[in-house]
Design a protein around this ligand. Structure first.
Ligand code: GLV
Ligand code: MG
Length: 319
C-alpha cells in the first residue's frame, strides 16, 4: 500500500527532544507518529533532538506506523540542518518530512530539491520520502492548490489551527473551538473546505490539526467529528487518550461499512448480464445508481484500509 493510501486517522505528535515520549509512542496504536523538531522542541533543544530522532528511527519498533519528522519552517535558520541530519542519518527508516507554515509552492520545491540531493548522494530511491505540507496562515491557504501540486512527494495537506488562528488575528485562545462572538456558523468552515478541495482535487490526504484541551476527549470527538463528516482523512492527536477517539471517528461505522460493501455487490450484480444490465436498481428500499457506487467506494475504501470486516452480506434475489 502506498503512503497516500495508508490510513492516517490518528497522527500522534511526539516532541523530538523527549526520549520518554518517544518510547511511549512506540507502544501506542496511532496510524502515524511525527517526531517534532518545530514548536514542541525548544530552540536550545533542537540540535540534541535531531540526534535523538535519528537514533529513534533507526532503532525501529514502530510497527506499521507511518514515520514522519516535522522540521522547522523555511523562515528559520534550522530547516536545512533538520533535513540533512535527519535524512542522512535515518532516511531509510523515514516515510515523510512534515513542513510547517508552508506559504508558497516554492517552499515545497526547495524541500523536494534538498531531499532529492540527499537521496542521490546516499543511493536511496529518489522520491520515496514524502512531504506533508502544513497550512498555517493566510498566504498558505490562498496558495493551497499550488502547494498541493508543487511536488509529487506531497502526500497530505494539514490544517494547523493554532498558528492559523494567531496569523489571522482570530479573537480566541481555545484552539479548535469556535471563537466567542461568532455565532452564525463554523468559523473554520472556509479554511477546512479550501484544504479539503485542494487535497481531493489532487489526490492527497486532508488532515485536521490539534485539539489542545487534551483531557476533554468528548470535546475532541465532537470537533474531530466535524472534519470527519466533511471528508477529512484524520486528525492530530497530542495525547494517548485521543487516539482511540480519532481512529473511531475517522473510520466508517460498522453499519455504514456493511452498507457500502452491499451497495457495491448489488450494483455489480444489477449492472451485469445476469442482473439485467440495469443502470439503477433497488437495494431494500433504496435506489442506487452509479453515483451511489462512487459514494460507497469511499466508505468501503476507508473501512478496508482500517482493517474492518463485513458483518452482513447482500445476496442477489432468487430468479
Ligand atoms: C499546529 O502546528 C498548529 O499550529 O495548530
Ligand atoms: Mg503550528
Amino acid at each position: 500500500m502506498t503512503n497516500q493510501l495508508r490510513p492516517r486517522r490518528s497522527c500522534l505528535a511526539v516532541p523530538g527532544s523527549s526520549q520518554k515520549f518517544i518510547d511511549k509512542a512506540r507502544t501506542l496504536n496511532s496510524d502515524q507518529i511525527f517526531l517534532d523538531l518545530e514548536d514542541a522542541c525548544a530552540p536550545l533543544a533542537k540540535p540534541g533532538a535531531r540526534k535523538t530522532i535519528v537514533a529513534a528511527l533507526n532503532e525501529g519498533g514502530w510497527g506499521e506506523k507511518i514515520r514522519v519528522v516535522r522540521v522547522n519552517d523555511w523562515t528559520t535558520e534550522w530547516t536545512y540542518r533538520d533535513v540533512t541530519e535527519v535524512v542522512e542519518g535515518a532516511g531509510a527508516n523515514l516515510d515523510a518530512i512534515m513542513l510547517p507554515k508552508v506559504q508558497t509552492p516554492e517552499q515545497v520545491v526547495a524541500l523536494d530539491l534538498l531531499l532529492t540531493q540527499i537521496e542521490k548522494s546516499l543511493g536511496y530511491e529518489v522520491g520515496r520520502i514524502g512531504i506533508e505540507a502544513q497550512i498555517e496562515n493566510a498566504l498558505g491557504l490562498i496558495n493551497v492548490d499550488k502547494i498541493a501540486t508543487a511536488s509529487p512527494r506531497v502526500e497530505t495537506i494539514i490544517f494547523g489551527p493554532a498558528d492559523f488562528m494567531a496569523s489571522i488575528n482570530m479573537k480566541s485562545l481555545v484552539v479548535g473551538e469556535q471563537p466567542p462572538g461568532y455565532d452564525v456558523g463554523d468559523a473554520y468552515h472556509h479554511i477546512l473546505m479550501s484544504i479539503l478541495m485542494a487535497a481531493r482535487a489532487h489526490d492527497k490526504q486532508a488532515i485536521d490539526g490539534p485539539f489542545l484541551q487534551i483531557r476533554d476527549v468528548e470535546a475532541f470527538t465532537r470537533v474531530a467529528g466535524r472534519s470527519a463528516a466533511l471528508g477529512y482523512d484524520g486528525k492530530w492527536v497530542l495525547h494517548p487518550g485521543q487516539i482511540d477517539a480519532a481512529n473511531e471517528t475517522f473510520s466508517p461505522t460498522q453499519k455504514d461499512y456493511d452498507h457500502a460493501e452491499n451497495i457495491l455487490d448489488a450494483y455489480e450484480y444489477f449492472t451485469s448480464e445476469a442482473g439485467g444490465k440495469k443502470g439503477s436498481a433497488m437495494i431494500g428500499d433504496e435506489m442506487i445508481d452509479e453515483a451511489s457506487r462512487k459514494m460507497a467506494l469511499v466508505i468501503s475504501g476507508k473501512g478496508r484500509a482500517a482493517g474492518m470486516e463485513r458483518t452482513d452480506k447482500w445476496t442477489p434475489p432468487e430468479s
